[in-house]
Write a new protein. Structure first.
Lengths: 525, 315
């Protein structure tokens, strides 16, 4: 028996020795290993709104402007710019030393081609495209934009920190139609994508772009100097949250981008790990109603639903940890430039009694509310459970239908009545982009708009005014009017704000809070 | 023999065709639209229509099927909707981890289970037999993820002997150590159930063989128990054991999703799960065809092995 135990122990020790001999397990100060929030499968940041592709974009591509930690737009690839007195002409000059990873210089032709492709897809970009009369490229370092009407949020649009970001690509790549994926992965950003080591579902590799010339200003958000202090970044794709946690605790990875809320106590208790708020604006949960069919084609019934739902109950159930969620009745993220307490009748607190009263006034006939629940998406799967309970408490008849997210994604595009394969409510979470135009649920252009198909010319008119306003103060006033109008017509129902903390090993420093996960400025000590 | 081989290979064609047709129809008629996943949250109807057109999903079902079938006949499994890679390339990338996991698990299971099952049959009712019964119940009953997490906790996080996760590719002899180290815990985790299964089948088959006349004759000739057990009992019990091993190989290749997920092994199982969740039709279709072909080949090899194991069998 003793002999047997000795043999088993020697085998185990041999395996241990094998493991320790593996270089990936030993400390490597020049390689940063990161577990991204999702598997990176799409390498075109204009083709998809997946956050992981946006974050990949910030590694590989550069932007004309950046947004700093305070939300101010600052130049990035641009050196100087000017706006005409009538607000209809803009001139931008690129800074020196910009080059793509293949060595070719970044020119104004590349910029214009990139902006054209981006503006065909992005919500704000489309507004810009509708305002543009012509682009011009007087020389390789200068580009101009001539407008048909003022576009007051020009710099905000070009410096967007989140989807879709106007990344600058070579003109030949940007010539790809917007609904086709690009086939080259060449940018001018601080990292080069190592195509030969890219294995979707396993790892994504980036190398430091030694030729990148950072700005001289201090790094802040997506603005300022993009200094890279490691030679190599590996994104290690780990699907299972428990495996992510184990890998971080075991020192096999340096950063887990989005640990689950349930893991926060374990992470806080480990002295080798620290939590970082890399996305301070956080995200918002919200419910979208179908404006096309009963019962929510009736504004009073939509208002009843809005009054029936309470944020705190949703946040407690879905997030749980009060340190990472926030009650926020403003439609625009609390703590950002356009948030406002003027929310008309909306309080964010569940009031079933008032909701019942509104339902009675509206003449609700008991039409079933088809509520979609994506069971495979842990980040939002619990929200519909609370919604169902609160709507029923207010007197709604709710039919919750469960499926995977892919099915919800398909079903929400159907305009059929709820009883014939359509829907009444779906819930999701959105990036807390401070820009009031960035939220798709505020797209009120009817059948051509976003799922739910709100048709409200007044909201559209306010958005046009917002776009044309040239001062921040003017835009703040219009944003407040947009908020009130969106609440009164129930464009969507906010269900609370939350933050995803990143978890890093204790020897990692320099993560920059920004509107997207960015990985320059990081040191591994 | 040759006729049998040709007949079996020919019979795979209609099987694979039916599999291809079914998976094609199930995917197209089921719920979930890849365009809506690609387009993301801010997409409009127009965006979805354009993406469907670019993927060829706006064509009729018959047209889509004929194009796909035509491509397959030319050896082209198609192109992923999401990843800038061909289906064949994606399968090629994932096959090494899956084969390493599957074959390693089976080798481990066979090395442990065959002697264990044979000895249990020899001493039926003894302590080893009772221990094997207990082990088998535990092996079948314990969920793979529980075993996996317990092993990770103890061997990777507490003792720090082995890595938590990942797969190290075999590109040279120097990679053997890290490769084995990363697979050691998955092999044990997955091997538990297969040891239980193969050991139980071996025990049943050998115990039956031990009651046969030829075993009594062998013993009467004065042969040693080891020879009786291995050459006479185990050899004659081999057919059901090989059958179950064959099924095990096919099942392991076609996806051990939980184990791959717990240990972050980028194999075919996780590729299938990702593809299903994304509705990446070409990859799902390619994988199902590949798995179907794997089953056919493994079953054929098992059938051929019967000829060697049991000379009474003729085709």
């Amino acid at each position: 028996m003793k002999k047997c135990i000795r043999r088993i122990a020697s085998v185990a020790l041999a395996l241990g020795a094998l493991a320790l001999s593996h270089p990936a397990m030993s400390a490597d100060a020049q390689t940063l290993r990161i577990v991204p929030q999702a598997n990176l499968t799409i390498l075109d940041p204009v083709w998809t709104t997946a956050f992981v592709t946006r974050n990949y974009g910030f590694m590989v591509y550069d932007t004309l402007f950046g947004t700093d930690a305070e939300g101010a737009v600052k130049p990035q690839m641009v050196d100087t710019w000017s706006e005409s007195a009538d607000h209809l002409s803009w001139t931008f000059t690129l800074r020196d030393g910009l080059a793509f990873h293949d060595g070719a210089p970044v020119t104004s032709a590349d910029v214009v081609a990139s902006l054209k492709r981006w503006s065909a897809k992005d919500t704000v970009g489309r507004l810009l495209a509708a305002s543009i009369e012509a682009y011009g490229t007087p020389d390789p370092k200068t580009f101009t934009i001539k407008l048909k009407k003022p576009f007051g949020i020009m710099l905000d649009a070009l410096g967007k920190p989140t989807n879709l970001v106007p990344f600058i690509m070579p003109a030949r790549v940007a010539a790809t139609p917007p609904n086709e994926q690009i086939k080259e992965t060449i940018g001018s950003g601080p990292y080069r994508f190592v195509a030969g080591e890219y294995r979707p579902g396993e790892k994504v590799v980036f190398e430091k772009n030694a030729d990148y010339r950072p700005r001289s200003e201090a790094a802040s958000g997506t603005a300022g100097a993009k200094n890279v202090y490691v030679d190599r970044v590996e994104w290690v794709i780990l699907r299972d949250p428990q495996t992510q946690l184990n890998a971080l605790l075991g020192g096999e990875v340096d950063i887990v981008e989005q640990p689950t809320f349930e893991q926060l106590p374990v992470l806080r208790a480990d002295k080798n790990v620290k939590l970082v708020n890399a996305l301070p604006n956080g995200q918002q949960y919200y419910a979208r109603l179908n404006h096309l069919h009963p019962p929510f084609d009736n504004v009073k019934i939509r208002q009843a639903a809005m009054v029936a739902l309470g944020q705190i109950e949703h946040l407690k159930t879905q997030v749980g940890d009060p340190s990472v969620y926030k009650f926020c009745k403003s439609l625009f993220p609390c703590g950002t430039a356009y948030s406002s307490d003027n929310t008309s009748f909306y309080t964010g607190k569940a009031d079933p009694k008032r909701a019942r009263q509104l339902l009675a006034e509206a003449g609700y006939k008991g039409e079933p509310v088809v509520l979609l629940r994506p069971t495979d998406l842990a980040t939002i799967a619990k929200l519909p459970l609370v919604t169902k309970q609160q709507l029923e408490a207010a007197g709604f008849k709710v039919n919750m239908q469960q499926s995977d997210w892919a099915t919800v994604g398909t079903r929400r595009a159907k305009k059929d009545p709820p009883a014939q394969g359509g829907w009444s409510i779906f819930e999701t979470n959105g990036d807390s982009d401070p820009n009031p135009l960035a939220r798709p649920a505020l797209n009120a252009s009817g059948a051509n708009g976003w799922f739910g198909w709100q048709d409200d010319p007044e909201l559209l008119h306010l958005q046009t005014q917002f776009v044309e306003a040239s001062s921040l103060e003017a835009r703040k006033k219009i944003a407040e009017a947009i908020q009130v109008r969106a609440i009164e017509t129930v464009s969507y129902i906010p269900l609370g704000q939350f933050t995803n903390l990143a978890a890093t090993r204790a020897n990692i420093s320099g993560i920059l809070p920004a509107g997207a996960q960015i990985y320059w400025n990081i040191r591994k000590n | 023999m040759l006729k049998f081989l040709l007949q079996r290979l020919a019979s795979t064609v209609p099987v694979l065709f039916v599999v291809a047709l079914l998976v094609f129809l199930v995917l197209r008629l089921g719920s979930g639209d890849p365009a809506s996943i690609i387009a993301g949250d801010s997409a409009t109807d127009q965006d979805l229509a354009q993406i469907r057109q670019s993927l060829g999903l706006d064509r009729s079902l018959v047209e889509q099927f004929v194009i796909w079938l035509g491509n397959i006949l030319h050896g082209d499994l198609g192109y992923s909707f999401f990843q800038h890679k061909s289906v064949a390339e994606l399968i090629g990338q994932r096959i090494e981890p899956t084969l390493s996991l599957a074959l390693g698990t089976l080798v481990l299971a066979i090395v442990i289970a065959l002697p264990l099952g044979t000895l249990a049959a020899w001493k039926m009712g003894g302590w080893l037999d009772r221990a094997l019964t207990c082990f088998s119940v535990a092996g079948f009953a314990l969920p793979v993820f529980v075993v996996g997490y317990v092993l990770i906790y103890y061997f990777a996080l507490v003792l720090k002997w082995l890595p938590v996760q990942g797969y190290h590719r075999l590109e040279g002899w120097d990679d053997m150590g890290p490769w084995a180290a990363r697979l050691a815990l998955p092999w044990i985790t997955l091997g538990l159930a297969y040891v239980a299964l193969i050991a139980r089948i071996t025990r049943a088959s050998v115990s039956e063989a031990l009651t046969e006349d030829y075993v009594r004759t062998a013993r009467a000739k004065g042969l040693g128990e080891a020879i009786v057990l291995v050459r006479h009992a185990l050899a004659n019990a081999a057919v059901p054991i090989v059958t179950i091993i064959g099924i095990g190989i096919a099942a392991l290749i076609s996806g051990v999703v939980v184990t791959e997920t717990v240990f972050a092994i980028p194999g075919l199982g996780s590729l299938m799960v990702d593809s299903v969740l994304n509705r990446d039709f070409p990859v799902i279709q390619g994988l199902v065809l590949f798995f179907g072909a794997s089953y056919v080949v493994v079953n054929l090899l098992v059938d051929l092995s019967y000829l060697i194991l049991d000379p009474r069998i003729r085709y």
